[in-house]
Design a protein around this ligand. Structure first.
Ligand code: DGT
Ligand code: CA
Ligand code: CA
Length: 592
């Protein structure tokens, strides 16, 4: 079991204990254990073998450590199982309905026997829920809406959840002796922010052996159909996977076809028709003039993707661009963008530490960033007014300054190519000002502005607020500009074009938040911002060391938005970021 699975077990315990109205401190201890485990870098199985052991983890006591051992050894936890046994199988899913909450879940369960989302929906439709104590017609209506959005959300999963699973499957396939190559295709390969199902391809001279090994490999919760060249099944989370095994001469064509998008494929086929070529998942063929389409002519391409595109007089198009958003014209004209790559990223500029609501210390985050090959890093704890997130005082910012300076001195002594910048995440207030004193402004190297409150105003007001903050000249970067949370919260209104214009004018960067459920700016918004001349910044907004890994989802989103490295301030060398950009704009002479 990995850390996420173990953390989930503790979350389930906490939820079920809440339903049972257990002691709050007991509940809180399981919640804290789950949080701690999610934030860990190394796997628990490795920590157990280490000298310090599981109880060396801060906040993990003997009782929790025993449960972790049991999970690691058996994959199950009898304590959780006993709790689960008191409820129907769909009960944990039921707890995911926003607005229901553990108290009401207990109520509908005991009063109406509701034990699943389906049953709750039925009870709402039959107007039984409104009769319960503390409920009414209005809260029943709200529950129905929540159920509807729950069903909608289930249709697609976040890229952040699916990409690691796609990688695991591809690794498994590549290890099989019969496999020549294997890749994931479909929307995951295009880096789409949400994914419907996984499409995986392999090539082999013995497709049946590959299909058999995949079906029996233990990666699938269920095999729904298995043939000699295709296996379909579901992942443990219920998401569908299709594996297709094709002949080596067709691998490139199949990869193009199953990567999509469908609109992109249609454009390629049309382009083929203009050249008397037939394009399908087996290859590119000369169209046979006499026999129509049912007879394929001579094969001109198919074993590689580049060959397929070349046959259509096109440069190879990166998968993230394959959305029929002008990429084919650009490829034909030799004008494809030189897309940003993960290896271009030199820093992460939006990170929370244990000075506010993050979990790791500045030094720990810095070490982890160095291991990732970064040359610098910006830490950005919350400003004072954001009490819920442990916003910090001016005194604390001064203390941070000392800590950062001391750390940097050590890097200088060690001749290490690494520096920490001290940033600050200032709340943008409802009247378009910054929650930031001149004292704090002078103490830090840069300021991130973000909206965390009053998000229900209309787009005109929201845009004016952020543009107002930009015009103060005290903010360098606007974090998660539209405020959306995928599958949970709609973006607040924001005229991104206008925002990007102001950002370009005042030389302020707009963020692409790499947090998997934000990806904000989105791909199309980022592209618009780049076109308007704004700089961008890709950051994880990490609250733990493990979350620094989110960077790649931001890079994928940027690539889908046609973003080049030059646009993104995280790709610039430290000197350019500090001396040429931050200090010039801030009119300050201090050096980081
Ligand atoms: P998803 O799964 O909804 O996130 O999106 P995709 O793009 O992965 O779509 P999916 O899984 O339905 O199909 C994978 C690829 O296969 C798709 O991107 C393009 C190709 N494909 C599927 N059906 C068709 C079709 O009817 N016509 C064409 N031209 N291509 C198709
Ligand atoms: Ca798919
Ligand atoms: Ca599919």
């Amino acid at each position: 079991m990995n850390n996420d699975q173990i953390a989930e077990a503790f979350e389930q315990i906490a939820q079920l204990l809440q339903v049972e109205d257990a002691n709050v401190f007991r509940i809180r201890s399981y919640e804290r254990a789950a949080e701690t485990i999610r934030g860990l870098g190394p796997e628990l199985s490795d920590i157990r073998e280490s000298e310090a052991g599981l109880q060396g983890i801060p906040g993990i006591g003997e009782a929790i450590a025993d449960k972790i051992e049991e999970l690691l050894d058996t994959g199950e936890l009898s304590f959780l199982q006993d709790l689960l046994d008191r409820y129907p199988p769909g009960f944990l899913e039921l707890l995911k309905i926003p607005g229901l909450g553990p108290k009401r879940a207990a109520l509908v369960f005991h009063e109406l026997g509701v034990g699943s989302v389906d049953q709750l929906e039925e009870a709402c439709v039959r107007e039984q829920v409104r009769e319960l104590k503390g409920m009414g017609a209005k809260s029943e209506q709200k529950l129905l809406q929540a159920i509807e959005s729950y069903w909608r959300g289930r249709e697609r999963a976040l890229l952040g959840a699916m990409l690691p699973q796609a990688e695991t499957i591809v690794e498994f396939l590549r290890e099989l002796p019969a496999v020549i190559s294997a890749d994931y295709a479909g929307s995951v390969r295009r880096g789409r922010e949400t994914v419907g199902d996984l499409d995986v391809l392999a090539t082999s001279d013995d497709p049946a052996a590959v299909c058999k090994a995949f079906g029996e490999g233990g990666l699938l919760a269920e095999v729904t159909s298995a043939g000699g060249t295709k296996v379909s099944g579901t992942l443990p989370g219920g998401r569908q996977v299709d594996l297709r095994v094709v002949a080596p001469e067709s691998y490139g064509a199949a990869l193009v076809y199953f990567t999509g998008s469908q609109q992109h494929n249609i454009r390629l086929r049309e382009r083929g028709q203009d050249r008397d070529l037939k394009v399908n998942e087996y290859g590119v063929f000369c169209a046979d003039e006499h026999d129509g389409d049912d007879q394929e002519g001579e094969r001109v391409a198919g074993d590689t993707e580049a060959g397929v595109y070349a046959a259509l007089d096109l440069a190879w198009i990166p998968p993230e661009l394959r959305e029929d958003r002008g990429e084919i014209q650009a490829a034909a004209a030799g004008e494809l963008p030189d897309l940003i790559e993960s290896s271009d990223i030199r820093c992460d500029l939006h990170i929370h530490t244990n000075w506010s609501d993050g979990r790791a210390s500045i030094a720990q985050v810095a070490e982890s960033a160095r291991e990732r090959g970064y040359t610098h890093l910006g830490i950005t704890d919350h400003s004072a007014s954001l009490h819920v997130a442990g916003g910090i005082s001016a005194d604390a910012v001064r203390a941070q300054r000392e800590e950062v300076d001391a750390l940097n001195s050590r890097y200088v002594e060690q001749d290490a190519d690494f520096r920490v910048l001290l940033g600050h995440e200032a709340d943008i207030t409802t009247d378009g000002a910054l929650d930031l004193t001149y004292e704090v402004f002078d103490t830090v190297d840069f300021v991130v502005g973000a909206i965390h409150q009053g998000m229900s105003a209309d787009a005109d007001r929201m845009t004016a607020r952020v543009v107002g903050a930009i015009e103060t000249g005290m903010v360098d970067l606007i974090a998660h500009p539209t405020g959306r949370v995928l599958q949970t919260r709609e973006a607040h209104g924001m005229h991104v074009s206008e925002l990007a214009g102001a950002a370009a004018q005042f030389d302020v960067a707009l963020e692409i938040s790499a947090t998997p459920d934000r990806l904000d700016l989105s791909d199309v918004h980022a592209r618009l911002a780049q076109e308007r001349g704004a700089k961008l910044s890709i950051n994880t907004d990490a609250h733990s060391i493990a979350s620094l890994d989110f960077m790649r989802f931001g890079v994928l989103t940027a690539r889908r938005g046609w973003i080049e490295a030059e646009t993104v301030i995280n790709t610039w060398p430290l000197e350019r970021l500090t001396t040429a950009w931050l200090q010039q704009r801030r009119g300050s002479s201090e050096s980081a």
